[in-house]
Design a protein around this ligand. Sequence first.
Ligand code: HCA
Ligand code: CU
Length: 396
Amino acid sequence: MNDPNQYAEEYNAVEKEPKRIRILDSTLREGEQHPGVSFTIKQRIQIAWMLDYFGVDQIEISPIISNDHADATKTIIKQGLSADIVAHGRALKEDIDVSLKCDATWVAAYLGISDIHLKDKLRISRDEALNRAVKTVEYAKSHGLKIRFTVEDGCRADPQFLIKVCKAIEEAGVDRISLPDTVGVLRPIGMYNFVKRVRSEVNVPLDAHVHNDIGFALANAFAACDAGADQIHTTIDGIGERTGIPSLAETAVALAYLYKSPNDFRLDMLVDLSRLIEQYTTIKPYDSKPIVGESAYKHKAGTHLAAILRNPAAYESIPPRTVGQTRKVVFGELAGKTGAEYLMSILGLEKNVENAKNVANGLKNLRMGDLIEVPLENNVERKINEEKMSKGRKND
Ligand code: HCA
Ligand code: CU
């Protein structure tokens, strides 16, 4: 049999050479903007270590929030991790100075450029904003820093002004530009057009920072990459302001499996990373959350059970172990005869078609939903497969 995903992969393979998309993880900055989330210095350091070991390209943290944050930033920078540590702040000299005090080599500065941000938040004119953006980049460059500039709320800004700002900061030597959908109002093709517009006018590498207010964050991040961005902002479990941004797990798995981006991520850490954040925030990812949710690898319907007992790929896109998950079989009212047989084999009961039918009926009549959950490990899987093969397919 062919690779079960072969034809699907042919639909996905739109580019000749997959390009490498980078990840900036902002759990320590955007993530801390999620209601109820505040890490201790120690936790921030541990999260940074784990993110670095996982293999993200950049880790963002905001030293300007408090002395604690500055301490954490300084300590993390001292560790000499492989990932760049990006110190995030407003487009102000004083914020760059805080980052310099932390010995940052990479900084990010953000400035709202939409009319609503200029008028009702910053109370400055377009010219003042343009000037502030250029001055901030020049200031950072004069201190030997690498700087990313975020044109906050950029997709709601007058496109001509957006391009004017991007060109001016490129001229001033900016190293990256972050193009955000700050309030989550773009559909994927809209994000594509937004990024394409900037891409056609400047050569600076582009980041995609997209909010999930309507649930389009992940799709928009990848639409941005199709239009020329080469770095996606994520947080562990997608936590962030309001409904957050793309989750690290979903982004990294999509990059590896759907986009074939040549990264070197330790995907099997994804569940542990999620559990760590759950422990530090007490926010449990919802049950059906992709990759890390409790139900992401549970199989319940009898027809599904019957198929995955023969070949899990029938109902799984990627094997659970690759992301640090465990496959589970749920025995409930839907388990059917195959499920009942499997349950009996686990309990050490002799195989018997009549009894299996009775057990299946019993499960049905109990009507208690998910009665029992059992991890279906690979060795069990192998045993079942061997058994099946030796007996032929007479029960199919
Ligand atoms: C913020 C705004 C920001 C910045 C994004 C970025 C946004 O909360 O400070 O710096 O890339 O969503 O626009 O998170
Ligand atoms: Cu944001």
